[in-house]
Design a protein around this ligand. Structure first.
Ligand code: NFS
Length: 661
């Protein structure tokens, strides 16, 4: 475990910027999570970390020891029941975070369609394709009319009381839909599945761990294929589907001579409105009047990833760096909405010129200043927030920005972009990706997602990514994991030098990074769509479970990560986590890590060391390749632009890697 002084995980380069900041005099009174971990000086509770502490009624709390007769709950609940209930509640908490976020996005989408926000419907092509999924007529209709009908149906998916499955489920491979139907885990309403988890895990209701976990699956699928997917798709339609662009990440993106405003949290509606307000002449003039050259907006955590993907606005910090960003003394305001905001940020800024501006009624904090973000007056709210920040600029004292700590990243790899990137501008298709996997140039796809966590080495993401690309596995990344990979330059085409020969050749030919930044955590739904597109393209089996693809969240900390992990497993994609709070229950833990395979074709895997996580991922990908029989096919020749031109085919970007026997 890293401490502030040793920060062993950062010894190489990961957290170099954080280390630099913490070494400065101005940061000496800033207490970070590293300090708190060191000061606590006690190990985590064994019952809590193995999932067998039950607090669901007032006869306890009960600490259960599996296999010890008298160490069941006062009500008789066994370790398996308790651990399965706790796991289900974690999934429900994660799913509810995504669900509540998505609902706000859908409401903002509806208001935009009505013309009540400063935003507009930007991606009409995507609007039309989603309208098709929802059976909304597009012919002869205005984009706002279509969007309004689509938005209202989308909103009804949250509170649906019918037993009909969520509409978006039909986007999954047919075979997967059948699996869900047979198991009875098709989610009905986004909110309903969370409520049902809470009910079934209440004292004295569901007492059979497998049955409880069916509801965990249903709830997680309501997240992945329901709320998260809705949020991603409608956000794309409203703010534009990401396309590849260059940007920068790390603390060095803060600017000494500008008003630094960091946007921290998850809701793109706030961040996008701040982006608009920061370009406003009146705001810029106010900043200049205070002696600054302008306003520098930078992201923190997933809201950062949202504006990075769509606007190329830099990301100053991932989850693990939020305190260090403040310790620079260079931030006038950290604007927060919901999720992943450490309570310590308020305490850190108590004696600083920085304001923590809370904007959402759901999330206030001690020492924060509350300026509500009003959807119907988005620009007005954003300007009020920025004004507060700008007026702090003159109060800024000594600051330290690690100026060299900023790395280039190439971002914007939506599922549509991957289509074009490998398939060509004129013939968007997953065929070239599938072909490259079939001919073995790309062995498979590894997703590295989720948080940073002080419990594990900061380098976990990097160790895994480097091992995967060295073994010719294409990496897709989201969330703070993507920021961590960006911080060390792995999200650039130049990182192809770390790849094995054949992946390097693909990356160099196409000009893409070996680690594709796909966005925020909600955007993991893009990965579900990409996996489905690979299945539908043909040649790699007929369900997600057949694909040589696997995911990991090696430094997970948020409950959202467990919801995500479970919707991947329930969708047929395996995941590897560094730990799971289920080890205190033999049968339930075995069910998650072994027996789910029979039902879903995928399981949870656990491996502590990052290198072991990578090895498990490689192993899983190779065994899928064996099962598909694609390792037996002969080597194909990768066609570069020159060869393609010689054959007289293809546009400039049409440099897919079709096999040429
Ligand atoms: Ni994801 Fe966002 Fe980061 Fe983890 Fe938190 S920001 S949604 S939960 S810490 S990746």
């Amino acid at each position: 475990m890293a401490t502030r002084n040793e920060c062993e995980g950062c010894a190489d380069m990961t957290c170099a910027s954080s280390k630099l900041v913490l070494e400065q005099d101005i940061a000496k009174d800033v207490r970070t999570a590293y300090d708190r971990i060191e000061a606590r000086g006690m190990a985590a509770c064994l019952f809590g970390s193995s999932g067998t502490c039950c607090r669901n009624c007032n006869m306890g709390p009960c600490q259960i020891i599996d296999g010890v007769e008298d160490m069941v709950g006062v009500c008789g609940a066994t370790a398996d029941t308790v651990a399965a209930r706790n796991f289900a509640r974690t999934v429900a908490a994660g799913a509810s975070a995504h669900g509540d976020h998505a609902r706000e996005m859908v409401k903002g989408f509806i208001e935009t369609a009505k013309g009540n926000t400063p935003h507009e419907i930007k991606d009409v092509e995507k609007l039309h394709s989603l309208a098709q999924v929802f059976d909304v007529e597009v012919e002869g209709r205005d984009k706002n009319e279509i969007a309004l009908e689509l938005g209202e149906i989308a909103l009804s998916q949250f509170g649906s009381q019918t037993d009909e499955p969520l509409i978006m489920l039909k986007r999954a491979p047919e075979k997967r839909q059948k699996v869900w139907k047979e198991l009875g885990v098709e989610p009905r309403g986004v909110d309903r599945e969370v409520v049902e988890v809470m009910h079934r895990t209440h004292m004295g209701v569901d007492q059979e761990y497998k049955n409880i976990t069916l509801q965990s699956s249903r709830c997680s699928l309501a997240d992945g294929w329901g709320s998260s997917m809705l949020s991603t798709e409608l956000t794309d339609i409203m703010f534009g589907t990401p396309v590849p662009r260059r940007a920068q990440v790390d603390l060095g993106v803060l600017k000494e001579d500008m008003v630094n405003v960091t946007v921290h949290g998850h809701e793109p509606l706030l961040a996008e409105s701040l982006c608009l307000a920061a370009q406003d002449e009146e705001m810029i003039a106010l900043a200049k009047k205070q002696g600054a050259k302008g306003i520098n907006l930078a992201g923190v955590c997933c809201t950062g990833n949202e504006i990075l993907m769509r606007r190329g606005i830099p990301v100053a910090a991932g989850y693990i760096q939020q305190e260090m960003a403040l310790a620079t003394g260079a931030i006038e305001a950290m604007v927060v909405d919901v999720q992943c905001i450490m309570q310590s940020v308020g305490e850190i800024t108590r004696n600083m010129h920085t304001d923590i501006i809370t904007t959402n009624y759901r999330a206030k904090m001690p020492y924060g200043v509350h300026i509500p973000f009003e959807e119907h007056d988005a620009l007005g709210s954003a300007k009020a927030i920025l004004t507060k920040a700008i007026m702090n600029y003159k109060k800024r004292g000594k600051c330290f920005i690690p100026k060299d700590s900023k790395l280039d990243v190439m971002v914007g790899f939506s599922h549509e972009t991957i289509n074009y990137m490998l398939g060509g501008r004129f013939r968007k298709s997953y065929r070239p990706l599938n072909d490259n996997i079939m001919n073995g140039r790309i062995r498979g796809v590894g997703a590295i997602v989720g948080c940073d966590n002080f419990k594990v080495t900061d380098e976990a993401h990097i160790i895994i990514a480097k091992e995967l690309i060295k073994n010719n596995i294409l990496v897709v990344a989201t969330g703070c994991a993507a920021t961590a990979l960006g911080r060390v330059g792995l999200c650039t085409p130049e990182a192809a030098k770390y790849c094995g020969d054949s992946l390097r050749e693909v990356c160099e030919t196409v000009g893409m990074p070996p680690v594709l930044h796909m966005g925020s955590c909600v955007d993991n739904s893009r990965i579900l769509i990409a996996l489905t597109a690979m299945v539908q393209e043909g040649g790699l089996g007929d369900d997600i479970t057949d694909l040589p693809a696997i995911g990991t969240a090696p430094s997970w900390m948020s409950e959202k990560a467990v919801a995500i992990g479970h919707y991947f497993v329930s969708s047929g994609a395996q995941v590897v986590f560094q730990d799971l709070a289920t080890t205190g229950s033999k049968a339930f833990h075995k069910y998650l890590t072994e027996n789910m395979m029979e039902e879903y074709g995928a399981v949870w895997n656990v491996a502590k060391e990052p290198i072991d996580i990578a090895k498990k991922m490689i192993e899983a990908i190779e065994s899928k390749r064996e099962a598909l029989g694609i390792n037996k096919q002969g080597e194909r020749v990768l066609m570069d632009m020159e060869m393609r031109r010689d054959l007289g085919g293809g546009g400039l970007t049409d440099v897919g890697c079709h096999g040429a026997e």
